[in-house]
Design a protein around this ligand. Structure first.
Ligand code: ATP
Length: 234
């Protein structure tokens, strides 16, 4: 579904990504791991078209992404939840979810999509009419993810969704990712919470200094604390 070959990216003259190779197949949950500054966010931003300079090859369902403007990548079926959750503060939870539905191919099935989202996100179901800004950070992050799901994308890219969130919600969030995978969603997950990310992923890539240093099944990386310590310790 997503295939990245020899991806290079720069911030000014700083050559940040140096030949990333990565693949995500339909229905997979793939984790992207590595220390702070390794290049995880830059990889996601390259996929979404949010970097001024990226070279190499990224194909998504057979389409060359690097030649497409960012808004077109959304229309091709990619949804992105950035680290800094971007809910619309003046709106309720339901209105935020509707923004996702309006932008999606299922805009004529609003009621059904809302029911599906409410089933998948029970914490939001209880709060549909609450002002989004009055929710906790973790709940707002759930809402940002729900809005991305409401867009009915082929693939969801999540950048450190558990960052700064209270532990009880983090567990709930990882359960949610499993649920989304079971419902057939394809997910690329950037995480600092390495163990939890490996537990739910099919495969994982470890990035260091802008290049992939390990690509393996999540189970084999989970069984290798030395690699986790060397490349993922914060
Ligand atoms: P983190 O978990 O800290 O976000 P990361 O693996 O996602 O880490 P990136 O954010 O992709 O890392 O950063 C990769 C490198 O690019 C780092 O050296 C970082 O300092 C640099 N960088 C990131 N954003 C910019 C920017 N806007 N301008 C210049 N350099 C940047």
């Amino acid at each position: 579904m997503l295939s990245i070959q020899n991806l290079n990216a720069w911030y000014g003259t700083s050559h940040v990504l140096q030949g990333i190779e990565l693949e995500v197949k339909r229905g997979e949950l793939v984790s992207l791991l590595g220390r702070n500054g390794a290049g995880k966010t830059t990889t996601i931003k390259s996929i979404m078209g949010l970097l001024p300079k990226a070279k190499g090859q990224i194909t998504f369902n057979g389409t060359d992404l690097l030649s497409q403007p960012a808004h077109q990548r959304f229309h091709l079926g990619l949804a992105y939840v950035p680290e800094e959750r971007r809910i619309v503060p003046g709106l309720t939870v339901l209105e935020n979810i509707r923004l996702g539905i309006i932008a999606s191919k299922r805009r004529n099935q609003e009621r059904q999509v809302i029911e599906e989202i409410a089933d998948t996100f029970p914490r939001l179901k209880e709060r549909l009419n609450q002002s989004a800004v009055t929710m906790s950070g973790g709940e707002q992050q759930m809402l940002a993810i729900a809005r991305a799901v409401a867009c009915d994308p082929d693939m969801i890219l999540l950048d450190e969704p558990s960052e700064g969130i209270m532990p009880v919600l983090v567990d709930e969030m990882f359960e949610l990712f499993q649920k989304l995978k079971q419902s057939g969603k394809t997910i690329l997950l950037v995480e600092q919470n390495v163990e939890a990310a490996l537990r739910i992923a099919d495969r994982a890539y470890i990035i260091d200094q802008g290049a992939v240093v390990h690509a393996a099944s999540a189970a084999s990386l989970l069984a290798d604390p030395e690699i986790q310590e060397r490349y993922c310790a914060v």
